[in-house]
Structure formats: C-alpha cells, structure tokens
Design a protein around this ligand. Sequence first.
Ligand SMILES: Cc1cc2nc3c(=O)[nH]c(=O)nc-3n(C[C@H](O)[C@H](O)[C@H](O)COP(=O)(O)O)c2cc1C
Length: 172
Amino acid sequence: MDVMDAIRARFSVRSFKHYDIEDSKLERVMEAARLAPSARNLQEWRFVVVRNEETRETLSEAANGQRFLAEAPAVIVGCAITSEHVMSCGLHCFPIDVSIAMAYMTLAAVEEGLGTCWVGAFSEERVHDVLGIPREVIIVGLLPIGYPDAEAPPKKRLPLNEIMMLEEWRGE
Ligand SMILES: Cc1cc2nc3c(=O)[nH]c(=O)nc-3n(C[C@H](O)[C@H](O)[C@H](O)COP(=O)(O)O)c2cc1C
C-alpha cells in the first residue's frame, strides 16, 4: 500500500471487532512511531500500550464514557516526558512531536488492516492515575486500535483551493 492510499483509507474507527490484534502488527505500528521525526530528534515521547480489559474500561470512563476505548483490543496512550522544549517560533515541541508519531501510527495501522481513532477528550488526571503515569509526563492523546467493524464514511474536507495559498497569504 502506498502512503497516499493509506491516507485516503484512514478514517476514525469507533467500532471494533471483538478479537485481539497480532503482536507483530502492533510492533510494526509502534515502529512507525519510533521512526517519526521530532524536534532536534529528542524523541521525548513514550507510549503505553494497554491491552488489559479492565484498564481499557477505566480508560473509557476517563474519556467521557466513549465506549469504543473499552471495545478496542488495545489503546495506545501517547505521552511526552517533558514540556520543557520550546522552538524559536514560540511553540512547544511536545504536542507536535507526539502528534506526528501518532499520525504515523494511524497510517501504519491502515496498512495492517487495522483502524484507529484519535481521542483527545479525556481527563488527564484520571488517565495519569489509572496508568501510574508520573505527574510531569503529559498525556497528549489516546489511540484505540483494532480491526474495524465499520465502513469508511465519505471524507468531508475543505477543497484544496480553500486551504492552499501560493506565495503569500490571501483572504482574511
Ligand atoms: C486532536 C483530535 C482529537 C480528537 N478527539 C476525538 C474524541 O475524543 N473522540 C472521537 O470520537 N473522535 C475524536 N477525534 C476524531 C475526529 O473527530 C476525526 O478525526 C474527524 O472528525 C475527521 O474524521 P476522520 O478521522 O474519520 O477522517 C479527534 C481527532 C483529533 C485530530
């Protein structure tokens, strides 16, 4: 599968088949994150893979009761070990670095026949507690992963000419 095919095929999966995913598949998805770029190549990301059913139930509760977190056979919790680094543009590195790595995971998952859904609606405090994550570590996103039990809906996106400008900013 080429990258563009994976980008087109990816969609937010919120319904998963009730069987587990192979370790080898999970490892390839994690390898995609490992190879992702990060500011100054600091790689200040860490990922907790949760397969335990009870823990997934608790994660689902911590994510405003979004059930698909409990239904997916695994949830990958994307963390940053520090928020210390700021680029000269003024932006923090950590949410960008972790997001790039997790975006790579979502595409690698498609190639494995798996689906994911980025979950940003969660109580950071509760996820810290349930996984024993130290306070200084920041949780950026949760990524349930498994075999999709849903069909891709049509993509609703702005047209290219609305989001792309040539040479200089145009519009408001
Ligand atoms: C930062 C971020 C946070 C998101 N949080 C949630 C969430 O908490 N629950 C959810 O069901 N979807 C969540 N999504 C998924 C988006 O709703 C979804 O990506 C968007 O509607 C586009 O649909 P698609 O992913 O199927 O192309 C999130 C996506 C991003 C990028």
